[in-house]
Design a protein around this ligand. Structure first.
Ligand code: PEP
Ligand code: MG
Length: 756
C-alpha cells in the first residue's frame, strides 16, 4: 500500500468515527484504537488539557485505570515538553530523554520508543497524541505524519465538542501562557498597551478533512501558481532588484517556491484526504520538526523564510489575504513582525497602533524614523517574539525600558498603568514648555526645530512649540504611494505643509529614495546589482539622473511657496558640483515660471546635507554657495564607522557618542565659523539628551529633531552653560580613551540635569 493510501485509510476511519453518534469520550477511545492498530503500536494515548494540566483521556495499551488519573504539568515529562514547545518528539529510547518522567500507574515501563505530537488549537497545544512501542525504534516519517494528521482532526473534535475549555486553552499554564517578559533594544522610546497582531497574520484552519479531494488539489495548484507569480514579480521590483541581502532572500524564496519536493508532499497529504489548508500545515509541521532536529543556525534562518512562504501559500489558498493593516486594526494593537519597511508601517491606522515589536530592526533604519514620526514606540531585536507571543495576546510595551510584557498579571498591569500615568505627567510638563523659548543659562538662543514627513506631522509644530521644520522628508509621500506621486499631488502636499507652518520656516529636503527607502515603481535602473544600497544609487545621485523627477519636484516646491520663503535642502551631496547641478534644476524652473509670469517665491534659501564624509573636506568651497548646512548624522555616522545603519547585528556595536564622531563634527563646525551660514544637525542624535548636550558643547546651535524630543531638549537647553560644556568637551576630546557617554552623564548629574 502506498503511503498516501494508508494515510487515506486512517483518515477514512477517523472520518467514520467523527461522523458517528458516539459521545466525545467514546470517539477518543475509538481514535486510540485506530491509530494503535494502523501503526501497529502497542500503546496509543491522548492527553488533553484540563485545569492547566495534561490529563490522560484515552489509551490503548497503558493501564485503563490511569485514565483521568495520570496528569502532567505543562513542561513536565515528555508529554509536558511537547505541549510546552508545541513540537513533535520522536524517540527510539524514551527513558534516555532528559525530560522523561516515569508514571508507575500507567504501566509504561516496558515500552522503549515514543513519538508524540501536539494537538494544536490557535497555535497552542491543547493536548497530546502519542504512541509507544516495546521495541526501541524511531518512528518513520509516514507514521509521524499520520499522527500529525490525526492530531489535526482531534483538534477539530476537541474544540467542537468543547472537551477543552477555550478560555483555558488560550490562557494556558504559566510557561506557555503566563506572563513572559521579552527584552530587546529600544528603537523608539515610549509606552504602549494593546493586543498582539502579526503583520502577516497566521491562517486559522477550520476544516481538516476534505469533502472533495480533486477540488482541494486544484485549489492548491492554483495557489502555487499564484504564489510563484508573486515571487517572480518581486524580482522586477526595485526593492528586490538591487542585489545584496534582498537578492539572497529572494533566491531562497524562489528555491522553496519551485521546490518539487514541497509541492509533492502537499499533494500527497491531499491524496490522504486532507483539505488544501490542512495539507500545507501538516507538511509545514513536519518540515519544522526536521529542521529543528538538524539544529543549524543557518537553517534556522531558512526556516523563517520557509515559514513566511508557507504562510503566504496558506493565505492565498484560504483567501485570508493581506497584512494586518489591510485587514484593518479593530482595537489597540501592538504589531509584531520580523522586520518592516517604512511604507508597510505607514499603512497602519496610527490611532490604533500603540506599539511595534520587531525581531530585527536598528536605530536609524527608516522604518524606525517613520515610527518615531508617527509617535509609535518600537522595541527591536526581540528575537524570541514569535516563539512567545500569540495573536491576540495582551502586551504591555515599555520600549523605554527595552521590554515587553506578554500576558501580564494584574499586578504587572497596575505597575504599568502607574508608569504610564507618570510618563503622561512628564509629557504634560514638557507641553508647558511649548511657549518657552529655549535660551541657555548663559543666554544664547538655541534653535529647536522638528523633523516631519507627513501632512499629519504638522500639528506637532503647534503642540511642541518647535521653531519650524528643520527637515521635511519629502520622500515619505513617495513611500506611501502605489505609484509615483505626480506634480499636482506634490504641490498640494507642500502647500498644505506651508499653510500649516504659518510663519515658521520649513526646510524641504528633496527626495531621498534608495537605500532602505526603496519604492517598487522606481527602480534605480542603473545599479541593478547594487551590493550596498546605502552607498548606492540613492538620494541626489538618483534624482540627478532622473531629471524628470527632480524637475517635477522643483516646480511643485516653487509653486507651493509662491509669495513666501522657500527652503530647499539636497540630501547626500558628495561633491560640490552635485549641489550646483541640483540648484540649476531649480534655477531653470524658476526662470521658466518667470517667463510665464507665474508667481514665484519671495526668497529661496538653498542648503545641503552633510552626510558623506568627503564633503567635509570641501567646506571652504561649498559654504559660500549655501545659506544653510544640515548635518545628517544618521548617514554620516554609518559612513564614518563603516557600519550599515540598517544592519541589526551592528545596531549596538558603535556608540555615536564617541570621540571620533565628535572630533569630526567639531571640525565641521569650525569649518563654517566666520561664514554666515546657518549650521544645524538633523539626525536622530540631536533628539537624545546626552548627545544633544555634546552637540551644544562643540558649537552646534540648531537642532532638528523628532517632535517628541522637542520638550525634553528645550528643558535641557535651559539648564546648560555653553562655555562650561564647551570646556568639558574640549578637555574630553583631547584625551585618549575617554568614555564620552559616562563623562557626559556624570557632568549632567552633578548639575542636576536630567538626561535619561
Ligand atoms: C540623516 O541621514 O541623518 C538624515 C537626517 O536623513 P535620513 O535619516 O532621512 O537619511
Ligand atoms: Mg540621510
Amino acid at each position: 500500500m502506498t503511503a498516501a493510501a494508508s494515510a487515506r485509510q486512517i483518515l477514512t476511519r477517523l472520518h467514520e468515527v467523527m461522523a458517528s453518534r458516539l459521545h466525545a469520550q467514546g470517539k477518543l477511545d475509538q481514535v486510540v484504537e485506530i491509530i494503535g492498530e494502523c501503526l501497529s503500536s502497542e500503546v496509543c494515548s491522548i492527553y488533553l488539557l484540563r485545569e492547566g494540566m495534561l490529563e490522560l483521556y484515552a489509551t490503548r495499551g497503558l493501564n485503563k485505570s490511569a485514565v483521568h488519573v495520570t496528569r502532567m504539568a505543562i513542561g513536565e515529562g515528555l508529554t509536558g515538553t511537547i505541549a510546552d514547545n508545541v513540537e513533535t518528539l520522536n524517540l527510539a529510547e524514551a527513558k534516555a530523554h532528559p525530560d522523561f518522567s516515569y508514571r508507575p500507574e500507567t504501566g509504561e515501563d516496558k515500552f522503549h520508543s515514543f513519538a508524540g505530537v501536539p494537538i494544536v488549537y490557535r497555535e497552542r497545544a491543547v493536548g497530546i497524541l502519542c504512541v509507544q512501542h516495546v521495541d526501541p525504534r524511531r518512528y518513520e516519517d509516514i507514521e509521524i505524519e499520520a499522527l500529525q494528521t490525526t492530531a489535526m482532526v482531534l483538534s477539530e473534535l476537541i474544540t467542537n465538542a468543547e472537551l477543552v475549555d477555550e478560555e483555558e486553552a488560550l490562557s494556558l499554564s504559566p510557561q506557555q501562557s503566563g506572563p513572559q517578559t521579552l527584552s530587546g533594544l529600544t528603537l523608539v522610546r515610549g509606552l504602549g498597551a494593546g493586543f498582539a497582531a502579526y503583520h502577516q497574520p497566521r491562517v486559522q484552519i477550520t476544516q481538516v478533512m476534505a469533502d472533495d479531494t480533486e477540488a482541494e488539489r486544484s485549489r492548491v495548484y492554483r495557489a502555487f501558481d499564484k504564489m510563484r507569480e508573486q515571487i517572480d514579480g518581486l524580482t522586477t521590483q526595485a526593492e528586490f532588484g538591487v542585489g545584496g541581502e534582498h537578492e539572497e532572500v529572494l533566491e531562497t524564496y524562489k528555491m522553496f517556491a519551485y521546490d518539487e519536493g514541497w509541492s509533492r508532499r502537499i499533494n500527497e497529504a491531499i491524496d490522504s484526504g486532507l483539505t488544501a489548508e490542512a495539507a500545507i500545515e501538516r507538511v509545514q509541521q513536519h518540515t519544522r520538526m526536521r529542521m529543528r532536529e538538524i539544529d543549524d543556525p543557518l537553517l534556522a534562518d531558512r526556516m523563517h523564510d520557509l515559514e513566511d512562504l508557507a504562510n503566504r501559500l496558506l493565505r492565498i489558498v484560504s483567501g485570508q489575504i493581506g497584512t494586518a493593516a489591510q485587514q484593518g486594526l479593530r482595537k489597540d494593537t501592538i504589531l509584531i513582525a520580523r522586520n518592516l519597511g517604512p511604507a508597510e508601517l505607514l499603512e497602519y491606522d496610527r490611532r490604533r497602533l500603540k506599539g511595534v515589536i520587531l525581531e530585527e530592526g536598528s536605530l536609524t533604519a527608516h522604518v524606525v524614523i517613520v515610527a518615531r514620526a508617527m509617535g509609535v514606540p518600537v522595541l527591536g531585536r526581540a528575537n524570541r517574539a514569535r516563539g512567545v507571543i500569540r495573536e491576540g495576546d495582551e502586551i504591555l510595551l515599555d520600549a523605554t525600558a527595552s521590554t515587553a510584557t506578554v500576558r501580564p498579571s494584574a499586578q504587572m498591569a497596575d505597575a504599568f498603568a502607574q508608569r504610564f500615568a507618570k510618563s503622561k505627567e512628564r509629557q504634560a510638563a514638557y507641553a508647558s514648555l511649548r511657549d518657552v523659548e529655549p535660551f541657555t543659562r548663559c543666554g544664547t538662543r538655541i534653535t529647536v526645530m522638528m523633523n516631519a514627513g507627513l501632512r499629519d506631522d504638522m500639528s506637532a509644530l503647534a503642540m511642541t512649540g518647535a521653531d519650524g521644520v528643520g527637515l521635511f522628508r519629502t520622500e515619505f509621500q513617495f513611500l506611501v504611494s502605489a505609484t509615483l506621486p505626480q506634480r499636482e499631488r506634490q504641490l498640494k502636499l507642500y502647500r498644505d505643509v506651508l499653510d500649516a507652518a504659518g510663519d515658521k520656516p520649513v526646510i524641504f529636503r528633496t527626495v531621498d529614495i534608495g537605500g532602505d527607502k526603496s519604492v517598487p515603481y522606481l527602480s534605480s535602473g542603473i545599479a541593478d546589482n547594487d551590493e550596498n544600497p546605502a552607498m548606492g544609487w540613492r538620494a541626489l545621485r538618483l534624482a540627478l539622473t532622473r531629471e524628470g523627477l527632480m524637475k517635477a519636484q522643483a516646480r511643485a516646491l516653487l509653486e507651493a511657496a509662491a509669495g513666501r520663503s522657500l527652503y530647499v535642502m539636497f540630501p547626500m551631496v558628495s561633491e560640490v558640483w552635485e549641489f550646483d547641478a541640483a540648484k540649476k534644476v531649480f534655477d531653470e524652473q524658476l526662470e521658466f515660471m518667470r517667463s510665464k509670469k507665474k508667481m514665484v517665491p519671495e526668497q529661496i534659501h538653498f542648503g545641503a546635507m552633510l552626510e558623506v564624509p568627503a564633503l567635509a573636506e570641501m567646506l571652504d568651497l561649498l559654504v559660500p554657495r549655501l545659506s544653510f548646512l544640515s548635518i545628517g548624522t544618521n548617514d554620516l555616522t554609518q559612513f564614518l564607522f563603516a557600519a550599515d545603519r540598517g544592519n541589526p547585528a551592528l545596531a549596538e556595536r558603535y556608540d555615536w557618542l564617541s570621540p571620533p564622531i565628535f572630533r569630526f563634527l567639531r571640525r565641521v563646525v569650525q569649518g563654517t565659523l566666520g561664514s554666515n551660514i546657518d549650521l544645524g544637525v538633523c539626525g536622530e542624535m540631536g533628539g537624545r539628551r546626552l548627545e544633544a548636550l555634546a552637540l551644544l558643547g562643540i558649537g552646534v546651535r540648531r537642532l532638528s529633531i523628532t517632535p517628541a524630543a522637542v520638550g525634553p531638549i528645550k528643558e535641557l537647553v535651559r539648564k546648560v552653560d555653553l562655555a562650561e560644556i564647551n570646556d568639558a568637551m574640549n578637555q574630553w576630546l583631547s584625551e585618549p580613551g575617554v568614555n564620552l557617554r559616562e563623562e557626559l552623564s556624570r557632568w549632567a548629574t552633578e548639575r542636576e540635569i536630567e538626561t535619561d
